[in-house]
Design a protein around this ligand. Structure first.
Ligand code: FES
Length: 270
């Protein structure tokens, strides 16, 4: 959008000269409100869990929550460091997955869908169609700090690596110290990983990587095939963005419940 709007909306180029902020009579504020509530709920949960660093690992079944993966410090519980302990003890409140969390945060913050969601709901820019925004000027993503949004493609590469780590964690959980087996925890870990892949591969950058800069699909059948799959995921990117927030919380909460002894894992085999 290149239109600037005054606080009242009166006189803004391209906008009807009316004193009201909007003539909409429906509940246009509901969607931005739900977005704020949903995102804040996840941020609060994730912050508390990442900072408290407890009940993130079930030694009996090798369940590791994605909130603590990869666990690479001497603070990690024995057995949970699938890639070794690269660092000494972390001070309190430093997340065990400090190596990957900034990239995951960057990936979500610069995601095209989340940008739309928080621009509308937190910055009210604009809060809804045909509702004027409170800002007097719109400068877009062409200058600091929003120009950083253009680094999204690099966060995508990091997210692919992190999804591979989560996949490795989920596979490893089928081999507990007593041998092969699986339970409800395995199902939850695997479903979460599949959903994370669906969100990650549905990224707009991934869509460009699969078929960008080619002129003839007929000359690139493999890339065309990949682009079709990625496009299917991309069309559902918003849904996967929300579902993965829920699946991350469910996975972490389940691991925490089993690890703390609040509940025992429902075992199917082993
Ligand atoms: S556009 Fe959403 S993850 Fe890339």
């Amino acid at each position: 959008m290149s239109v600037s709007a005054s606080a009242s909306g009166v006189g803004a180029p391209g906008r009807a000269r009316i004193p009201e902020r909007t003539l909409r009579t429906d509940r246009w504020w509901l969607q931005p409100l739900l977005t704020v509530v949903g995102l804040m709920a996840f941020v609060v949960y994730a912050t508390v869990r990442a900072a408290t660093q407890s009940n993130y690992w079930v030694d009996d079944y090798r369940y590791l929550t994605p909130f603590a993966s990869p666990c690479v410090s001497a603070s990690c519980a024995p057995g949970s460091s699938h890639f070794g302990q690269l660092f000494g003890e972390f001070p309190p409140l430093i997340p065990l997955a400090i190596l990957t969390l900034p990239f995951l945060l960057g990936f979500r913050l610069t995601c095209y869908y989340y940008r739309k969601a928080y621009y509308r709901s937190f910055w009210m820019s604009p809060p809804a169609c045909a509702v004027s925004e409170p800002h007097a000027r719109y400068t877009g993503e062409t200058r600091f700090p929003l120009i950083i949004q253009n680094s999204h493609r690099y966060f995508f590469y990091a997210a692919v690596l992190i999804s591979l780590i989560n996949t490795y964690d989920a596979i490893l959980a089928f081999h507990s110290p007593s041998g092969f087996g699986f339970g409800l925890g395995n199902v939850i870990l695997v479903v979460n990983v599949l959903l994370l892949w669906a969100y990650t591969l549905g990224c707009h950058s991934c869509r460009h990587i699969t078929a960008g800069r080619i002129n003839h699909f007929s000359k690139h059948p493999v890339r065309y095939w990949a682009w079709q799959r990625v496009s299917w995921l991309n069309a559902r990117h918003m849904q996967f963005a929300w579902v993965t927030l829920a699946s991350l919380i469910i996975t972490d909460a389940y691991v925490a419940l089993v690890a703390s002894g609040t509940t025992s894992d429902l075992r199917f085999v082993g």
